[in-house]
Write a protein that binds this ligand. Structure first.
Ligand code: ADP
Ligand code: MG
Length: 613
């Protein structure tokens, strides 16, 4: 009835991020004000360029920051934007003399800059979708090289398409918009768009893929789609930023948007910290000031009676030094490492906490069964899994034990499609999981954790779980409520706004299970959830799993080395050795089985097994 409106209440983390953005915007406004009032016309000119750079670097950050891929290709979008907007807004008479051979369909519009913007943005989006269909499939250095390729191609096209661009000659007649207010508003709007996108479903997905592609895929996120959306938004924004830049220059050539500009903008982004929108703003301001101070030195000057000679290229050298210094001293950039302390955050959550309520427990799942049949996998001659069959029914915990290298993790990887099975099937009902794309397994309500922690390290605990709930198809409000429920179920609500990489080990292990459970699976595959935990932590985890398995009626496949832990929880236990299933049954039966004892004695684990008897 008086259900709280979840949407309107951010978590303390979102509030903290919001504060950070407001702070960086305040810095921008103050800087602009100081420039304009303190330095007159020169100051205003610098402020205008700075605002356009904020728009451009924020656009760049939308892709780079969220996907973790550095792009040198955004100069291509700026080129498209500057020329297109120039052509669309150019006075007709001027256009006839400057571009006599312009194709008819492009000529004679004479739109206002504002009217041209939607077309510019759409053109940018089209270019982004076209190029993104290839680039979004790539990650890391290969993606970066592809973006560089895009820059070079678009530059060459701009140089050779003389009818449209005047080639490498100056393209003139572009209406000048040097109005500070327009570019300042553009910068603010871009920052807001970037912020909203970053926290949105697709922004979170892109950041999850950035931090751990496989873990994101298991949650149901298609990595190339998440990257394509980041690329497209980013490209469309950069195209608009390029148009604005063109309208400030008034006259330009393809070289205006080439390596020098791109390099400067990448430096601004990295110096500020590419993971956050605030970083982009601060980076632009810092580098703009550096550039302007160094530019004064470039022409030679007198310092304390010494006459310094003229040095050409000093600004470029300074940019290089800036980036080296940042990489050396503060790899996350000036803003990157900044987090609001738990003190301020806790206060906010307490206020928010009253307004929001965790979701009710999920409706218990019905009867289902995950059935593995004859699964096999070879790695270069090693039979990691060799014809293994077993079932994981809902409503109880099935243990899977075996010495190191027995093939347990490989088995899970086969069932959740990290690996292709050589033979065999893993079915839920009539559906064969082994034919699904890796991100489709969660649609069949199978979730998993990883043996080696695979959290999204740059995301907070809250975001890690939220991503999973969103990827499972929940609305934002429902996902938020589900996230609160799972964080509470694993005693993580107090540290919800800490980044996963900063959490203590035990909390990280629990977080991975909470993340999987936020998808409301019917079957949960847990690969050594208690590894590295102390006995108290292990007992605590056992209690939680027992409760959750019972209340929600889910089926859990529990892999662990701690036999006491597995014995306590499991209704049945499957034992593997050297890729094969060697025994299966109740804990009592398995414990007495010679083949099991042999499997462990063979690896020198006599003591542990003996301890159970
Ligand atoms: P467990 O989880 O039971 O300790 P694994 O499934 O990790 O065992 O490993 C089973 C066997 O498969 C081991 O011999 C291991 O070296 C091998 N193996 C696992 N993954 C790979 C891989 N990606 N490439 C090559 N060999 C692998
Ligand atoms: Mg393993």
């Amino acid at each position: 009835m008086n259900a709280p409106s979840l949407n309107t209440h951010p978590t303390r983390l979102q509030a903290a991020n919001g504060l950070r953005t407001v702070a960086s915007l305040a810095v921008l406004l103050v800087t602009v004000a100081v420039l304009v009032w303190g330095f007159g016309r020169t100051g205003e000119r610098i402020a205008v360029l700075m605002c356009v750079n904020v728009a451009a670097v924020v656009s760049l950050m939308v892709y780079c920051g969220n996907t973790g891929i550095v792009s040198f290709g955004h100069g291509a979008f700026m080129t498209v934007g500057a020329y297109l907007s120039g052509i669309l807004t150019m006075p007709v008479g001027l256009q006839r003399s400057a571009l006599p051979d312009l194709p008819g369909w492009l000529a004679g519009y004479e739109l206002s800059v504002l009217m041209a913007m939607p077309f510019v943005a759409l053109a940018g989006l089209a270019v982004a979708l076209l190029t993104g269909s290839a680039i979004a499939r790539l990650a890391g250095a290969s993606a970066t090289i592809a973006t560089l390729g895009l820059l070079i191609i678009v530059h060459s096209v701009a140089v050779s398409a003389r009818e449209i661009t005047r080639g490498s000659q100056t393209f003139y007649g572009v209406p000048r918009v040097t109005d500070l207010l327009i570019v300042l508003i553009a910068a603010l709007v871009f920052v807001l768009i970037a912020r909203v996108y970053r926290e949105s479903r697709w922004g979170l997905f892109a950041r999850a893929v950035r931090d751990d592609k496989d873990a994101a895929t298991v949650l149901g996120i298609a990595p190339s789609r998440a990257r394509l959306i980041a690329w497209s938004l980013s490209g469309a924004m950069a195209t608009v930023a390029g148009a604005l830049y063109g309208h400030i220059l008034g006259a330009f050539s393809p070289a205006s948007f080439y390596l020098n500009l791109v390099f400067a903008q990448v430096v601004m982004m990295i110096v500020g910290g590419m993971a956050s929108v605030g970083g982009a703003v601060v980076g632009v301001i810092a580098v703009t000031f550096m550039q302007n101070s160094v530019r004064n030195l470039e022409g030679g000057t007198t310092v304390l009676g010494f006459t310094l000679p003229e040095v050409f290229g000093l600004t470029t050298v300074a940019l290089g030094l800036a980036i080296l210094l940042v990489i050396w001293l503060r790899p996350q950039g000036i803003v990157g490492g900044f987090e609001l302390g738990p003190g301020a955050g806790a206060l906010l959550l307490r206020r928010v906490g009253r307004a929001t309520r965790p979701a009710d427990a999920p409706v218990p799942v019905g009867e289902m069964q995950l059935v593995a049949q004859g699964l096999s996998k070879n790695f270069a001659g090693v039979k990691a899994v060799d014809g293994v069959s077993f079932e994981v029914p809902t409503g109880r915990i099935t243990g899977l034990i075996g010495p190191n290298g027995a093939g347990k993790s490989t088995l899970v990887n086969l069932m959740t499609r990290q690996y292709d099975a050589d033979t065999g099937t893993a079915r839920i009902g009539d559906i064969d999981l082994t034919y699904l794309p890796p991100h489709g397994v969660i649609n069949r309500r199978v979730a998993r954790s990883f043996q080696n922690l695979r959290l999204f390290s740059g995301l907070t605990a809250y975001e890690n779980v939220l991503v999973a709930a969103l990827a499972a198809g929940h609305t934002r409000a429902k996902a938020h409520a589900v996230t609160l429920r799972e964080l509470a179920a694993f005693d993580l609500d107090d540290i919800a706004d800490m980044r996963a990489e900063n959490l203590p080990y035990g909390a990280r292990k629990r977080l991975e299970i909470a993340r999987a459970l936020a998808q409301e699976p019917a079957i949960l595959l847990l690969d050594e959830p208690a590894a590295g935990m102390n006995p108290a932590e292990t007992d605590d985890l056992a209690d939680r799993l027992e409760t959750i398995g019972r209340d929600r009626n889910i089926g859990i496949l529990l892999i662990d080395h701690d036999l006491k832990f597995v014995n306590r929880l499991s209704a049945r236990i499957v034992v593997m050795n050297r890729g094969q299933k060697v025994a299966e049954g109740t804990p009592e039966k398995v414990r007495a089985d010679v083949r099991v004892i042999e499997a462990y004695i063979g690896r020198g684990r006599t003591a542990r097994v003996a301890g159970q008897n």
